[in-house]
Design a protein around this ligand. Structure first.
Ligand SMILES: Cc1cc2nc3c(=O)[nH]c(=O)nc-3n(C[C@H](O)[C@H](O)[C@H](O)COP(=O)(O)O)c2cc1C
Length: 337
């Protein structure tokens, strides 16, 4: 990894455009959102779409979730065939839709099965296998410290800890005292995740935990500039033109990735994330969300920040080609684009 900064996997956020942007802004590793091993097994079109990887994303971890060791092994092979450099296993998702199937954070309560999953995945692929987990299911749980060394013994080459309980979801704060304890217990790199939103916070988490890297999630939503700030390459707050240009590039790439129909709904949450933080007036954000097509949104952005055109031209000139689809996927997923 070129830097000690990892862009977190986020369902509904970590699309290819997000990951490529993260790499461009200095993330040393980017991750796909969690991909269902059952969806891969059944050849679900949308699930397979998550395996579309571009040349400039590497190093990239693709995250899989499930509860059956053989299915997880099969999924791991598929994601490596698609170009993943690391297979990451999700033992952290707190959402009921996932936990009720025995996957995600539930596995922290079933160390025997969790270890069988890690073992099966590690045996199935030649790339490193990592695990991302919560502290445990209930508040105050220390399950991660019990299960962590066992997962390493089973074949995990890296552990990422988000030290909140599953019950907490995203409330309260990440307790990185647990991360420090985990670092002491295992001899593989530990990645610290949770509430890292600035360089000061990243430095303090690295120093107090001994973690090998920090992972940033929500802080980077609509704000790739925070990655540069964390790396100490801050050129101050982005200008309006820079914000508009990044957002337009993000819109165009996302439309190419998933087609206009899906992208126009998917992108709405990003408008608030990009244009908030006092960068644009609130009514402008609300106006963008009401617009029907992404072309309308782009037009309004150019009107609000005419200088964005020049910035965008440069960004697009620097973007490598993206026609390196590694899986033969039905064109319908991407609306032909
Ligand atoms: C919208 C959203 C989606 C997420 N999806 C995933 C996921 O697919 N896999 C995963 O391991 N964690 C997922 N997470 C958790 C993040 O990776 C990260 O652990 C968490 O947000 C804490 O980091 P932060 O404080 O920097 O956001 C998600 C978080 C958010 C906010």
């Amino acid at each position: 990894m070129p830097t000690r900064l990892v862009l977190a996997p986020m369902a509904g956020v970590s699309v290819q455009a997000f990951r490529r942007q993260g790499r461009r802004f200095g993330a040393g590793l980017v991750c796909s959102e969690m991909v269902s091993c059952a969806g891969l097994h059944h050849g679900n079109e949308r699930t397979l779409g998550y395996l579309r990887i571009a040349a400039d994303e590497h190093p990239l971890a693709v995250q899989i979730f499930g509860s059956e060791p053989p299915l997880m092994a099969e999924a791991a092979r598929m994601v490596v065939d698609a170009g993943a450099d690391i297979v990451d296993i999700n033992f952290g998702c707190p959402v009921r839709k996932v936990t009720k199937t025995g996957a995600g954070a539930t596995l922290l309560d079933d160390p025997e099965r969790a270890c069988r999953i890690v073992g099966a995945v590690a045996d199935a692929v030649d790339v490193p296998v990592s695990v991302k987990m919560r502290r445990g299911l209930e508040d105050g749980s220390r399950a991660c410290l019990e299960i962590g060394p066992k997962l390493v013994e089973a074949g995990a080459a890296t552990l990422t800890l988000h030290p909140r309980s599953a019950r907490q979801m995203y409330t309260g704060t990440a307790d990185h005292a647990l991360t420090a304890e985990l670092v002491e217990l295992v001899d593989v790199p530990v990645i610290a995740c949770g509430d890292v939103t600035s360089r000061a916070r990243a430095q303090s988490v690295l120093a107090t935990t001994g973690a090998a890297a920090v992972m940033v999630g929500r802080g980077a939503q609509g704000n790739p500039w925070v990655l540069r700030e964390i790396l100490g390459e801050d050129d101050g707050e982005p200008t309006r033109e820079e914000v508009a240009a990044e957002l337009i590039l993000f819109i165009r790439e996302t439309v190419r990735e998933m087609g206009e129909r899906r992208a126009s709904g998917f992108l709405k949450k990003f408008y608030g994330w990009y244009l908030g933080r006092g960068r644009f007036p609130r009514p402008f954000k609300q106006e963008l969300v009401q617009l029907e097509t992404t072309d309308d949104v782009i037009e309004r952005l150019f009107a609000a920040a005419p200088g964005a055109a020049g910035v965008l031209e440069q960004l697009e000139a620097e973007q490598p080609e993206t026609d390196d689809v590694l899986l033969e996927l039905p064109i319908s997923i991407y609306g032909g684009g």
